[in-house]
Design a protein around this ligand. Structure first.
Ligand SMILES: NC(=O)c1ccc[n+]([C@@H]2O[C@H](COP(=O)([O-])OP(=O)(O)OC[C@H]3O[C@@H](n4cnc5c(N)ncnc54)[C@H](OP(=O)(O)O)[C@@H]3O)[C@@H](O)[C@H]2O)c1
Length: 226
């Protein structure tokens, strides 16, 4: 797996991937030499590279950077690949993006439009990185949680569902990328249900099943409808 972005959510996902036996190539904006500590912690299945290296090396590639950087992601190197998108829109960080402000598209559709020859799957965007690290459980466990996915390619979603299973999660399929707005920021499906207490991160996470996510996603409203 390649990781474009090695911050809070990228490194949490990489720990789960390595734990599940996958090799990872980590990258960031500053260069591989700044990732020595992280790849040391991740162990022999991990190495650091450039973003281009991560894009070229991964069979699947996770894009997990500030959304404003999405058009910096290498297009040609990702052609034909499954691309996992964790990104969310925070205008205070990303600047105003008109097509998101007027809800004429969604965050993952922006990335898909930038990567027309890749198969983008939205995943990990609505779970706090600490919860992602704490909630994995073996397949079949009563207290296993699910993670929402969305995408336009069934085979790509099957790949991601398999990866999630390896990492300790069930998947809940929201449908095509255009349905991904349901778990975007500030919707009722934006990860609050993983919190024991949304006001207190130290209270830790709680299980969220596919049924819980489906219920929250069905209740979600677009800004223009709320
Ligand atoms: N934090 C969460 O719990 C969480 C949960 C779900 C989704 N998300 C979303 O996932 C994305 C990543 O969040 P995060 O919290 O992990 O962010 P973060 O901790 O700030 O990490 C961002 C990473 O992206 C790298 N980066 C920035 N620009 C890049 C570029 N042009 N090319 C390659 N790498 C680049 C950064 O590298 P440098 O450090 O070298 O600049 C850093 O490794 C965001 O869109 C966020 O909204 C976050």
């Amino acid at each position: 797996m390649g990781f474009i972005g090695s911050g809070k959510i990228g490194s949490a996902a990489a720990r789960l991937a390595v734990g599940a036996g996958h090799d990872v190539v980590m990258s960031n904006s500053r260069g591989p030499e700044t990732l020595t500590d992280l790849v040391g912690e991740l162990g022999p299945r991990a190495r650091a590279g450039t973003s281009l290296d991560a894009a070229q090396s991964g069979d699947v590639v996770v894009v997990t950077i500030p959304l404003k950087e999405y058009d910096q992601v290498p297009r040609d190197a990702l052609a034909g690949k499954v691309v996992l998108d964790t990104m969310n829109y925070y205008p205070e960080r990303d600047g105003q993006i008109a097509a998101l402000d007027d809800e004429s598209t969604t965050t993952s559709e922006l990335l898909q439009a930038h990567l027309p020859d890749s198969r983008v799957v939205k995943v990990f965007n609505n779970i706090h990185f600490a919860h992602l690290a704490e909630l994995p459980r073996p397949a079949g466990a009563d207290d296993r949680s699910a993670i929402a996915i969305a995408g336009d390619d069934a085979a790509a979603k099957a790949t991601v569902t398999g990866l999630l299973d390896d990492m300790g999660y069930d998947a809940h399929d929201l449908g095509p990328l255009s349905e991904g707005w349901r778990t975007q920021r500030d919707t009722s499906a934006y990860g609050q249900f993983y919190f024991n207490d949304p006001q207190d991160l130290a209270a830790g996470p709680r299980q969220a099943t596919a049924a819980t996510i489906a219920q929250k996603a069905s209740e979600a409203k677009r800004y223009r409808d709320s």
